[in-house]
Design a protein around this ligand. Structure first.
Ligand code: COA
Length: 168
């Protein structure tokens, strides 16, 4: 039986930190699904379609991984995909509380589902998509945190937002 693992998140946008987790996860499964959340609570900078496209471009050289959108409960999505394992990146200690809540909530929803945590390379420990968006907005060099095409898309978004006098 194939071991399918789901890596969920908002990926707004994908960073080298996420890609680091994807590469690590691929070592322990047959098929990895990167599941992009439509999470209505978070107000993403990139549309769902853009987030998916950026991820697809980032993983195009990798095997056994695909990108999909998901909405509704994560545990229901896993069931539909025949998966029982969620993978999450664990970075700083402050991630722990939130992740702990999610694991326990998912477990209450479905006892069969388990979560595995992986730590990214330490140079990506402190990374988050918001931090990168802030750096990009302030004109800092973000090339060491995201692939080139993500950097370009981010700059495009920012100059568009600035021309519309919007902030995020
Ligand atoms: N490298 C860099 N950044 C990382 C990272 C890594 N390895 N891992 C996480 N992050 C960052 C993300 O960029 C994101 O940054 P931001 O807040 O600045 O945007 C932040 O950490 C949060 O991570 P993310 O994986 O995007 O989590 P999320 O909170 O957006 O997504 C879901 C959480 C989608 C998995 C969760 O809300 C969910 O399961 N939703 C479905 C509904 C459901 O079933 N709810 C009940 C479950 S508790």
């Amino acid at each position: 039986m194939k071991r399918v693992i789901v890596y969920p998140g908002s990926f707004d946008p994908v960073t080298y930190g996420h890609l680091d987790i994807i590469k690590r996860a691929l070592k322990i499964c047959d098929q990895l699904i990167v599941a992009v959340s439509t999470n209505p609570i978070k107000k993403p900078l990139f549309s769902l379609k853009e987030r998916i496209l950026l991820l697809k471009e980032s993983i195009k050289e990798m095997k056994n991984v695909r990108v999909e959108k998901f909405d509704g409960l994560l545990v229901d999505y896993l069931k539909r995909k025949g998966a029982r394992i969620i993978i999450r990146g664990l970075r700083v200690v402050s991630d722990f509380e939130y992740e702990f809540q999610m694991v326990l909530t998912n477990r209450k929803l479905d006892e069969e589902i388990d979560t595995i945590f992986m730590m990214p390379t330490e140079s990506y420990f402190y990374l988050s998509s918001s931090l990168i968006k802030e750096l990009a907005l302030l004109g800092a060099d973000i090339s060491r945190y995201v692939p080139k095409f993500v950097e370009e898309k981010l700059k495009e978004k920012i100059s568009h937002a600035k021309s519309q006098e919007k902030t995020f």
